[in-house]
Design a protein around this ligand. Structure first.
Ligand code: C2E
Ligand code: MG
Ligand code: MG
Length: 762
C-alpha cells in the first residue's frame, strides 16, 4: 500500500472530494453548524457511555464467530478497540473539518485494504446508533425536542461518515481494478511476443508494439487485412484451424525486404466474446495471433548444425554428414534399383608439403583441392573432407562402371595443373579407391571400408592410380601382399610360361595364328590358370613387367627363324588395360618387335571393348601409335561389353573375336545363334576377320562355317599347348582334321544332322 497521505490525496483528486464537495454533502444531509455545536455540547456527557458501549460491542464481536475471527490476538484486539474508541469519540467531538473528512476516507480505504467487508462495518454502526438511542434516552427525556435534535444531528453526522467511508472503500476497489488493468496492458505492451487481435475476416483489431516491431509495421495496422503485411499461405489455414479447434500454431520462415529471413513461431487462439452480467456479449469473438521470433535461436542451431556437419577448413561436409548423405543416397538408389559409387581419395606427398612449407600452406592446398573437386563434380555428387589429406566422394546416378571411370578421369584432371601455394607451383597427385552400391556393400560404412581397401591396392599400382574394390581385398590384405611377393618371385625365377592355342583359318585350312596364354607353374608343379592371378597382377602393377615378358616370349616364338621360312607364324597377345594405360607401352612394344625381329603385322594385340570406349587419353594414344607401327589389333570377348559400336570405326581394327558365351549355345539357343551370326555379318561388312572362340563341338564348327566365320579357336580342334607341342601342329592340314570329326564331311559342306536353329525357325 502506498503511503496514506498520497493514497488519500489520490482518492480526493480522483473522486473530486474537496471543501465544496463536503459543503454539498452536508447541505444534502441538512447538517447545520448548530447541529454540529449541539453534538459538541453532548460530547462530554457521553464519556461514560463510550466506555461501556465499546466493552459491550467487543463482547458481542467476540461471541459472533465471523467477527471474532477478524479480531486476532489479545494485543490486536486492544489496538482495534482503542482506535474504534477514538473513532466513536470523534463522532460527537463536534470538530468536522478537513482532517475529520480525511480520517473518514481513510477508514474506508483501510477497510478495503484489510478486506473488512462493509457488512461488519455497517453492523457496528447500527449497534452504536441503537445503544446511543437508549443512552441519550437516559440523559434526555425522549419525548423532548432536545432528544430528537441531538439524535437528528447524530444520525446526519453518521451518514456523512458512512458516505465518505463507503465512497473511499469502493474507490479503493476501483483503483485496484484500474491498477490491474494498467498492469495487464503494460504486460501486453512490453512483452517481446508480438500480439495481434484479429476479427474473423482476419482484419486487425489491435496490435501490440512487439508485433509492429517484429513485422516492421510503421503505419497504423488497425483495420488492415492480415495478408497485406503477412503474406504467408499457411497462416490462413492456421487461422481456420484455430476457429475450429480453439488454437493452432506453426513455424514459419518469413522473408523481409533486404533478403533477410526470420524464423517465427505463429500461434492462433480463439477469443470468446466478453459477456456482461446478464450473459450478453459485449464484443465479437476474435483471434489472438501471437508471434515469437526464433530467428536467433534458429541461426544459432543452424550454425551448430553447420559446425557439427561441416569441416571448418574446407567448408565441405565432414565424415559424419557424408555418411548421413550416403545413407540417404543409398535409400534412394535402392528404391530405383540404381547404383552409386563411393570413392576414397588420398593425396600423395601431402605430408612432405606440410613439413617443408608449413601447415598454413598445407591448409591452403587442401582448400584449393576441395574447391577444384567441387568444381568438377555434378551437383548431386558429394565431396567430403574425411580428415588429413583424405577426401571421400559420393557419385550418384551411375549407369555403369564407365560412368564412374569418366568421373574419376575428371577428378584426376583436378591434379593435372599445378597448385600455387606459398608462391610456389606444386604438382599434386592422388590415388583413388572405389566401391559400388549395391555390388560391394549395402551401407556407407562397408562401402567406405571397401573403398579404403581399394585405395590401398591402387597405391601398389603406382602414384595417381585408381582401383575398384574386389572381394577379398579387405580381409585378404596380408594374403594379397604375400601373393604379390610370390608373383614377383615367379617372374624372377621364370615360373611363368606361355601356352599357345592355334586359331584355325577355315578357308585356308591352316593355323592363321596362335594365341599366347599365360600360365604360372608353381614350384610344386601346379599349373595355375591366368584368371586366378591376373587380377592380382593388375592390381599390384606387376602386369606391366609380366606383360612385357609375355610379349617378348611370344614375339620371340613367332619371329623364330624356324617358322619364318616354312610356316610364318602370327601370334596374338592379350593386353590388360593397365598396360594400355601406360604412356610408354607402345614404345616398349616397338622395342620388343625390334629386338625379336618380328614383323609388326604378325603381332596381334587382343584388347577388350572397354579399353576402346575412350576417344582420347593415354589408352587411345597407345592404340593409335600401335596401329601406326603396323601391329594388328583384335577385340577379344566381343559382344559382352559396351553397346556403343562407334569405336569399331574410330580405331584401325583387324579382328573380332566372338565371346565364348555366344558360341556355347549356338546350336540350342536361337538368340545366342542370332548374336553370333550378326557378329559374323558385322565383321564381314567391316572387312574384319572374325574368330569364334571356344568352339567345342563339330556342330558349332559347322554352323560357324556356314555363316561365313573366317576362323575358329577352341578345344574341338586344339587346346592350348606348350611351344614344343606346337611345332608339329603348324604344318597340319586342318581341313582334313575337320573332315575326321564325328559327323564330319567336307569342311565346305554341312555336317550331317546339324541344323541351324536360325534357319529352322524361318
Ligand atoms: P581369352 O583371351 O578370351 O582367352 C581364351 C580363353 O579361353 C583361354 O583361357 C583359353 O584356354 C580358353 N579356351 C579356349 N578354347 C576354349 C574352349 O573350347 N572351351 C573353353 N571352355 N575354354 C577355351 P585361359 O588361358 O584360362 O585365359 C583366360 C583369360 O586370361 C584370357 O581370355 C585372357 O583374357 C587372359 N589372359 C591369358 N593370358 C594373358 C596374358 O598374357 N595377358 C593378359 N593380359 N591376359 C591374359
Ligand atoms: Mg584372348
Ligand atoms: Mg576371349
Amino acid at each position: 500500500m502506498k503511503d496514506l497521505k498520497s493514497l488519500l490525496d489520490a482518492i480526493c483528486t480522483e473522486m473530486h472530494i474537496d471543501e465544496e464537495d463536503i459543503r454539498l454533502r452536508k447541505m444534502h444531509l441538512g447538517l447545520t453548524a448548530e447541529e454540529e455545536a449541539r453534538l459538541r455540547d453532548v460530547h462530554d456527557r457521553l464519556e461514560d457511555f463510550r466506555g461501556r458501549f465499546l466493552d459491550e460491542l467487543y463482547d458481542g464481536f467476540m461471541r459472533f464467530p465471523p467477527t471474532a475471527a477478524l479480531l486476532g490476538d489479545e494485543a490486536q484486539m486492544r489496538r482495534l478497540k482503542q482506535s474504534q474508541g477514538r473513532y466513536f469519540d470523534s463522532l460527537t467531538g463536534g470538530n468536522y473539518g478537513w482532517d475529520y473528512i480525511r480520517n473518514r476516507l481513510l477508514v474506508g480505504a483501510v477497510h478495503h485494504h484489510v478486506g473488512l467487508d462493509t457488512k461488519w462495518y455497517l453492523g457496528a454502526y447500527s449497534k452504536y446508533v441503537i445503544a446511543l438511542l437508549h443512552y441519550l434516552g437516559e440523559i434526555f427525556d425522549p419525548a423532548t425536542p432536545q432528544y430528537r435534535d441531538v439524535m437528528a444531528a447524530l444520525i446526519k453526522i453518521i451518514f456523512l461518515d458512512m458516505g465518505l467511508a463507503m465512497d473511499a472503500y469502493l474507490h479503493a476497489g476501483r483503483m485496484n481494478e484500474a491498477a490491474l488493468r494498467a498492469y495487464s496492458e503494460s504486460l501486453v505492451a512490453n512483452t517481446p511476443c508480438g500480439m495481434l487481435v484479429l476479427a474473423q475476416d482476419l482484419r486487425v483489431i489491435s496490435a501490440n508494439p512487439a508485433a509492429r516491431r517484429l513485422l516492421q509495421l510503421y503505419e497504423d495496422v488497425e483495420g488492415l487485412a492480415l495478408d497485406s503485411f503477412f503474406p504467408v499461405d499457411e497462416v490462413r489455414q492456421l487461422s481456420q484451424a484455430a476457429w475450429q479447434d480453439g488454437h493452432a500454431s506453426c513455424n514459419i520462415f518469413l522473408p523481409f525486404a533486404g533478403g533477410e529471413t526470420r524464423n517465427l513461431l505463429v500461434s492462433f487462439a480463439r477469443l470468446s466474446p466478453i459477456e456482461d452480467g446478464r450473459g450478453e456479449p459485449l464484443n465479437e469473438a476474435a483471434l489472438l495471433m501471437t508471434i515469437e521470433d526464433f530467428t536467433q535461436l534458429w541461426r544459432a542451431s543452424s550454425e551448430m548444425a553447420r559446425m557439427s556437419n561441416y569441416d571448418d577448413l574446407t567448408g565441405l561436409p565432414n565424415r559424419r554428414l557424408f555418411q548421413e548423405l550416403a545413407q540417404h543416397a543409398i535409400g534412394r538408389a535402392r528404391q530405383r534399383s540404381g547404383r552409386l559409387a563411393i570413392l576414397f581419395l588420398d593425396l600423395n606427398r601431402f605430408k612432405d608439403i606440410n613439413d617443408t612449407l608449413g601447415h598454413a600452406a598445407g591448409d591452403a592446398l587442401l582448400q584449393t583441392v576441395a574447391l577444384r573437386l567441387k568444381g568438377v563434380l555434378r551437383r548431386n555428387d558429394v565431396v567430403s573432407h574425411f580428415g588429413g589429406d583424405r577426401f571421400t566422394i559420393l557419385l550418384q546416378g551411375l549407369y555403369d562402371r564407365q560412368d564412374c571411370i569418366q568421373a574419376i578421369h575428371k577428378i584426376q584432371h583436378v591434379f593435372a595443373s599445378p597448385y600455387v601455394v606459398a608462391d610456389r607451383e606444386l604438382f599434386l597427385s592422388a590415388n583413388i579407391g572405389v566401391s559400388f552400391f549395391p555390388h560391394d556393400g549395402e551401407d556407407p560404412q562397408s562401402l567406405l571400408k571397401y573403398a579404403d581397401a581399394a585405395l590401398h591396392r591402387s597405391k601398389e599400382q603406382g602414384t595417381g592410380a585408381y582401383c575398384f574394390f574386389r572381394s577379398g581385398m579387405d580381409n585378404n590384405a596380408r594374403q594379397a601382399l604375400s601373393l604379390t611377393t610370390e608373383l614377383r618371385q615367379a617372374l624372377e625365377q621364370h615360373q611363368f610360361c606361355l601356352h599357345y592355342q592355334p586359331i584355325i583359318d577355315l578357308d585356308a585350312g591352316r593355323i592363321a595364328s596362335v594365341e599366347a596364354l599365360l600360365r604360372w607353374r608353381r614350384p610344386d608343379g601346379e599349373l595355375v590358370p591366368p584368371l586366378q592371378f591376373l587380377p592380382h597382377l593388375e592390381e599390384s602393377g606387376l602386369i606391366k613387367e609380366v606383360g612385357d615378358w609375355v610379349l617378348l616370349e611370344a614375339c620371340t616364338l613367332a619371329g623364330g627363324a624356324g617358322h619364318e621360312a616354312s610356316h610364318p607364324l602370327a601370334v596374338s597377345v592379350n593386353v590388360s588395360s593397365v598396360q594400355l594405360n601406360d604412356p610408354e607401352f607402345s614404345q616398349r612394344v616397338f622395342h620388343i618387335l625390334a629386338r625379336t625381329g618380328l614383323d609388326p603385322g604378325r603381332l596381334e594385340l587382343e584388347l577388350t571393348e572397354s579399353m576402346l570406349i575412350e576417344r582420347t587419353g593415354v589408352t587411345a594414344d597407345n592404340i593409335n601409335c600401335l596401329a601406326e607401327m603396323g601391329v594388328r589389333l583384335a577385340i577379344d570377348d566381343f559382344g559382352i561389353g559396351y553397346s556403343s559400336l562407334a569405336y569399331l570405326k574410330r580405331f584401325p581394327l583387324h579382328t573380332l573375336k566372338i565371346d565364348r558365351s555366344f558360341i556355347q549355345d549356338i546350336c540350342e539357343d536361337g538368340q545366342g545363334a542370332a548374336v553370333a551370326r550378326t557378329i559374323v555379318s558385322l565383321g564381314r561388312a567391316l572387312s574384319l576377320r572374325v574368330v569364334a572362340e571356344g568352339v567345342e563341338t563339330p556342330a558349332q564348327l559347322q554352323l560357324l562355317k556356314r555363316w561365313g566365320c573366317s576362323a575358329v579357336q577352341g578345344y574341338l580342334l586344339c587346346r592350348p599347348v606348350g611351344h614344343r607341342a606346337l611345332e608339329p601342329l603348324l604344318g597340319r592340314d586342318w581341313l582334313a582334321v575337320c573332315a575326321t570329326l564325328p559327323g564330319g564331311g567336307p569342311a565346305t559342306g554341312s555336317f550331317s544332322g546339324v541344323t541351324d536353329p536360325e534357319e529352322s525357325r524361318r
